[in-house]
Design a protein around this ligand. Structure first.
Ligand code: GLP
Length: 263
């Protein structure tokens, strides 16, 4: 696992955006580059920089296919807290050459949610698998909506949200946890770790325990992000604030071996 430590959130996002852009540009195969994407506060700065590059003519999305991680069950596209809405509002609508037919987001209004999830896995496979999965992380270490004790080999399916996650996410629902949907559709931990590369953004004091568990703890379904330790192409991009629970040795080790990556 690589851990890239940057001074602050802005530099973390800049590093991640440049890394993703480099991968898209150097993708030599004829099939499109397949990019997994998250929602949340963490990727906003990455999206901002990718949009800037795209509008400046430095990066094309014409040959990029995207698959989002998750979606709330029961929220229609036009709901301003649906992840469909978030992705279009914060990213897709601003790109000059993203093809709408290349955007994949789980349908929170699907009549048969389990069938929707199975079909999503089929679509990912039909595209040749995900080249790079960008992700964030919950304070309890969840990736996508794979809460603690979700199987580390899980596939796309319906997930129940913990009370903790509903409380954390209530900031987007007028502060009322009861307004946060109880369930979501989410790619599985196994779906994420099947990607050729996984890049997870971890920023801020409130993610410090999760970062330590991801990097230094044992592989455990208690911290679903810890599954990344078994992945051969996993990168954590984080900021100084998130490093508060790492041991000094771990912190110094990654600063040392990744010193060329510091912006
Ligand atoms: C939600 C999403 C996750 C995301 C997490 C952290 O629960 N399902 O994919 O990683 O929030 O969000 P934030 O980046 O806002 O802290």
């Amino acid at each position: 696992m690589r851990v890239i430590i940057q001074d602050n959130y802005e530099k973390m996002c800049l590093w991640a955006a440049r890394y993703i852009a480099g991968k898209i540009r150097s993708h030599a195969e004829e099939r499109p580059f397949v990019l997994g994407l998250p929602t949340g506060s963490s990727p906003i700065g990455v999206y901002r920089e990718l949009i800037r590059m795209n509008r400046a003519g430095e990066l094309s999305f014409a040959n990029v296919v995207t698959f989002n991680m998750d979606e709330y069950l029961g929220l229609p596209h036009e709901h301003d807290q649906s992840y469909w809405y978030f992705m279009h509002d914060n990213f897709f609508n601003h790109l000059v050459d993203m093809k709408p037919e290349n955007i994949h987001i789980l349908d929170g209004m699907a009549e048969d949610p389990e069938a929707e999830c199975r079909s999503y896995e089929g679509k990912i496979a039909a595209c040749g698998g995900i080249d790079l999965f960008l992700g964030g992380i919950g304070v309890d270490g969840h990736i996508a909506f794979n809460e603690p004790f979700t199987s580390l080999s899980s596939r796309t399916g319906v997930r129940s949200l913990t009370t903790d996650t509903r409380i954390v996410n209530s900031r987007f629902f007028g502060g009322d946890p009861e307004k946060v949907p109880e369930q979501a559709l989410s790619v599985g931990v196994g779906t994420v770790t099947d990607a050729r590369e996984v890049l997870i953004l971890i920023s801020g004091h409130n993610k410090a325990r999760a970062l330590a568990a991801t990097v230094e703890g044992g592989v455990s379904q208690r911290w679903t992000c810890s599954a990344l330790q078994l992945h051969n192409g996993a990168i954590i991009a984080c900021d100084e604030e998130a490093c508060g629970e790492l041991t000094v040795d771990t912190y110094k080790y990654f600063l040392d071996i990744e010193r060329g990556e510091r912006l």
